[in-house]
Design a protein around this ligand. Structure first.
Ligand code: PLP
Length: 220
């Protein structure tokens, strides 16, 4: 049985509407509810409304919150969307179903090793530093071909590209560049778009949107 969750319903409706305008199916866009900083009691109503993909940005926080919630809602898929330290690669491989923040050689090697050891193979996105803001993490676009080659050498299941565009500027040109780079490298996935710009991202081809505030309210 599912219950209503008004903000979630609003985001879902908006995704379906925007996908329709873009000539795409709503089902081609995965909504990731970004639950970082939210307590289990805030997350449960969103799970009860049928949402199954969730994003967290810290391994430790996810490890504390999700094993319990997953017992209640078994088919939940967890997405790692934050910067990942290489020494947490094994924990991350064990906990997450998708990792959106593969951005450097040392992490590729650590994840390759962790996947061999644990036998778990979360889908991976390469995070691009699309707006040239190194503090946000992400691989510079010029380094993408080499990083993808290293991912293949370490047998990482790379499914797409992810970005966080610069704040306070028009995101669409960055999303368009992301799409071009994904096409050039034959990658089907595009993880882009947050509360303020997910409709734009869907128009340009996003396959995964990461929405926190519009579902859970402001983070404190
Ligand atoms: C926090 C976060 C989001 C969600 O941002 P909102 O503006 O709250 O929707 C999406 N992606 C990443 C990488 C984040 O860290």
């Amino acid at each position: 049985m599912t219950t209503q969750h008004a903000p979630l319903d609003k985001v879902r409706d908006s995704i379906a509407r925007t996908a329709g305008i873009a000539g795409r199916e709503a089902g081609d866009v995965t909504l990731i509810a970004v639950s970082k900083t939210m307590a289990a009691d805030d997350i449960r109503p969103v799970l009860a409304a049928g949402q199954r993909d969730f994003g967290e940005n810290r391994v430790q926080e996810a490890a504390e919150k999700w094993p319990g919630l997953r017992k209640e809602f078994p088919k939940t898929r967890l997405h790692m969307i934050g910067q990942l330290q290489s020494n947490k690669a094994e924990d991350a491989a064990g906990l997450f179903d998708v990792i959106h923040s593969v951005d450097r050689a040392s992490l590729v090697k650590a994840l390759g090793k962790a996947m061999k050891k644990t036998g778990r193979r979360p889908d991976c996105f390469v995070q691009l530093d699309i707006g040239d803001e190194p503090q946000k993490g992400g691989c510079p676009p010029g380094g993408l071909p080499d990083l993808l080659e290293l991912c293949r050498a370490h047998d990482l299941p790379i499914v797409g590209l992810m970005c966080i565009p610069p704040a306070d500027t028009e995101a669409a040109p960055y999303f368009a560049l992301m799409r071009k780079l994904a096409e050039r490298h034959g990658l089907p996935g595009l993880s882009m778009g947050m509360s303020s710009d997910y409709e734009t991202a869907i128009m340009v081809g996003a396959t995964h949107v990461r929405v926190g505030t519009a579902i859970f309210g402001a983070r404190t």
